[in-house]
Ligand binder design. Structure first.
Ligand code: NAD
Ligand code: TYD
Length: 351
């Protein structure tokens, strides 16, 4: 009998890399990808593994309790790796309730379904919740988030993720459920939806469109290559003690403006443009409300306890990412049609 693991959000950016890793590396697991296929979910992201015999897909909205219960009755999973979420801060500012529904209610639905199916028998079981460093709030110019930093979310997105983390811990404490949580910094890489800073700028550089920089551009993020995040999730899923929390980060801080200038430089080379051409597209726009100044992860715990550290330098990761977008312009065109176009026009008509 294969061990069944449900991976939620596996048609999204990070989830697709996690699904690929688990399907490829663990033929003894049956991986069930559970995704509602919202605007951010795209089965094209994992088309290379869709015919593997240890892979199944289920289109389920995790806010639908009875659909979630039916899914758990059908597969009786030993493991859950939960990535499904509304993930974009700007969208959470326009529509917070959607974030409460998926990120909070959806997570509680999964916890309840796992609790019911496991019925107190937690041997060999695991509920791994994927969260973000944004739950810790914002740092000043110095310091790092550790696993014991107090939660202080500022955006509806980070508040909904913080709430889901609390529920996961509460189910661990109250019912003894075998939960683990990881809080990761900003990811980048192939299949990243072009509403987030790096793929948005790559897309706009290709199309000679303005590169919108919020405020003065001095906001800082710690960037991690998505494949390294998927490997960290694998390590934590298999090696962590129950109820553990690990921070995951890239040891790689960039101010947004410097990052976008670096991107412009690399894209000029790849597109055969004169140096400085793409940087002329940089446009400072109205700031994001409640914009967190700086995120930076102290990932010492996962390094010391589980031996994980990033394997790809930022230079390598960015080059792989740019090449992927240049070679997959049809993917970009497909995901930027329709609904996304409407969102984009609304968001940046503020400019
Ligand atoms: P994403 O927006 O690219 O993908 C989210 C996926 O979840 C999509 O496939 C979508 O269809 C699915 N989904 C959304 N609502 C759903 C619902 N109600 N039911 C079922 N499926 C639903 O997100 P991502 O960037 O890949 O993030 C994945 C997870 O990692 C999220 O939990 C996010 O909070 C967390 N995270 C992301 C980052 C980052 O930099 N992107 C960093 C740290 C943590
Ligand atoms: P984003 O990729 O949305 O991730 P997060 O808000 O989760 O960190 O944004 C990364 C940073 O880039 C953040 O400081 C906001 C900024 N940003 C811009 O300056 N312009 C943009 O168009 C976007 C989408 C983000």
């Amino acid at each position: 009998m294969k061990k069944t693991i449900l991976i939620t959000g596996g048609a999204g950016f990070i989830g697709s890399h996690v699904v690929r890793r688990f399907v490829t590396n663990y033929p003894n697991y049956h991986i069930v990808n559970v995704d509602a296929l919202t605007y951010a979910g795209n089965l094209e992201n994992i088309k290379d593994i869709e015919n593997k015999e240890n892979y199944s897909f289920e289109k389920v909205d995790i806010t639908d309790l009875s659909a979630v219960q039916t899914l758990f009755d059908k597969y009786k999973p030993e493991g859950i790796i939960h990535l499904a979420a509304e993930s974009h801060v700007d969208r959470s500012i326009s529509n917070p309730l959607e974030f409460v529904m998926t990120n909070v209610i959806g997570t509680v639905n999964l916890l309840n379904a796992a609790k019911t199916i496991w019925n107190g028998n937690y041997e060999g079981k695991r509920f791994h919740h994927i969260s973000t460093d944004e739950v810790y709030g914002a740092l000043g110019d110095t310091g790092f988030f550790t696993e014991t930093t107090k939660y202080d979310p500022h955006s509806p997105y980070s508040a909904s993720k913080a709430s889901s983390d609390h529920f996961v811990r509460a189910y661990g404490d109250t019912y003894g459920m075998p939960v683990v949580i990881t809080n990761c910094s900003n990811n980048y890489g192939p299949n990243h939806f072009p509403e987030k800073l790096i793929p948005l700028c790559i897309h706009n550089i290709i199309n000679n469109k303005p590169l919108p920089i919020y405020g003065d551009g001095k906001y800082t993020r710690d960037w991690l290559f998505v494949v390294d995040h998927a490997r960290a999730i694998d390590d934590v899923y298999h090696k962590a003690a129950n109820h553990a929390t690990y921070n995951i980060g890239g040891f790689n801080e960039w101010q947004n403006i410097d990052l976008v200038k670096e991107l412009c430089k690399q894209m000029d080379e790849k597109l055969g443009r004169a140096e400085g051409t793409s940087a002329q597209l940089i446009t400072f726009v109205k700031d994001r409300p409640g914009h967190d100044l700086r995120y930076a992860i102290d990932a010492t715990k996962i390094k010391e306890e589980l031996g994980w550290e990033p394997s790809v330098t930022f230079e390598q990761g960015l080059a792989i990412t740019i090449d992927w977008y240049l070679n997959n312009q049809e993917w970009l065109d497909n995901v930027t049609n329709g609904d996304y176009q409407k969102y984009y026009e609304k968001q940046y008509s503020l400019v």
